[in-house]
Design a binder for this molecule. Sequence first.
Ligand code: ACO
Length: 423
Amino acid sequence: KGEREENETDKGLRVSDKGFLNTAVIRSEITYIDGEAGSSYPQRFPKSTPEACCRGYPIEQLALHSSHLETAYLLIYGSLPTKSQFEVFQTEVLHHGVTHSDAAQFCRSFRYDAHPMAILTSAFAYLGSYYAEANPSLQGQTLFSKGDKASLAVMDKQIYRLIGKATTLAAMAYRVRQGRDFVTPPTGLSYTGSFLYQMDHLGEENYTPNPILEKALDVLFLLHADHELNASATTVLQTGSSLVDPYSAIAAGCASLYGPLHGGANEAVIRMLISIGKPENVPAFIEAVKKREKVLSGFGHRVYKTSDPRSFIVRKTADEVFKITGKDELLETAMALHEAAMKDEYFIKRKLAPNVDFCGLIYRAMGFPLDFFPVLFAVPRVVGWLAHWRQMMLQEGGVKIWRPRQIYVGSGKRDYVPINERI
Ligand code: ACO
């Protein structure tokens, strides 16, 4: 579908590739997705092959045996941590969960009905005003370099801060809208446990989150930690390529994630299911999608042309959660929609299958408000954004600014006409 421009330059071939369908912008060692491989989906995709690997480890194995924070280390630094490496990493991340009171004040300044993604995005950018030591435009452009231990330590610190503070800022975005005070990150809990504590703690003595819900959320965090060069990771790299500080780059990624075609899809799925209502309304909805009057949120993916392997883990996790919370009333509608779409020629022909965004049903069952769902995607994805950002900052030959070219199709050269002479 690409378009070759007439005048090739001596710097290579310039092609038009709308939506970057075929453009590889970086060589990466982080996540591998084979979207065309057979998946374990029983009817349409009989082969069973791992399709998403983080640093070579299949996502299914990580979901079963690892934790979100351990996978974070793996994604960022390239190998599974030893026990002591993990302990240091976990301690640093949790320690940096505490934010300055000014940042809390900033989060408090939002309207009661502000979308929590708007709060989170702004709060990440706000943090950029604090840490001048991490700002290459203030400190010198070669601030981060592979061979320089001091600069790597500065980089690590920003990584701990961003992962640690992501949960704190997210919890603030949640509580500010309820008029509740903020909770200082606790000690002695896991990363996900600390997040739930900061969200839900109302001053009870000995409060601890439900361990099954904590584990379920941790698995969902792990599944969302990275997924190759999606729109938000690309945005982080594009923004970071100007050598801006990592807080601004992460804020840009967060903004990109917010849209309903990307991280906002988990919110859109539930809004769609609510609008469909009962299972008997599914056929009419499917017909509206086929006429392009509606979008089937939670279906389709740029890379997966089979089922998203993460969607199976989401289902298993949902079963665990529903045992505690009870089934969501929208589940039947979701199942009917899934079944109808998977056997409909329109979706089969276009290789459209469920992506990971039906996890919104789990968030709903756990009691998170609908507009908070994209935040539950953004918090763990900070890890992937940082892994890509670190890789780019330390790549051989330094960073090259991402400055794509266009194919100009506008007017030819013309003379300016003064305003009084225009008709
Ligand atoms: N419902 C109906 N039709 C769809 C859907 C869908 N969810 N997704 C794709 N299609 C159709 C397109 O209209 C197109 O049809 P055509 O060839 O007749 O024009 C065909 O399938 C191919 O789709 P593209 O739009 O080319 O796929 P693209 O890779 O550009 O987009 C995207 C991928 C954005 C995810 C798309 O599938 C979509 O909009 N899905 C719904 C939103 C969603 O769930 N987003 C979450 C993505 S995963 C994530 O970020 C976690």
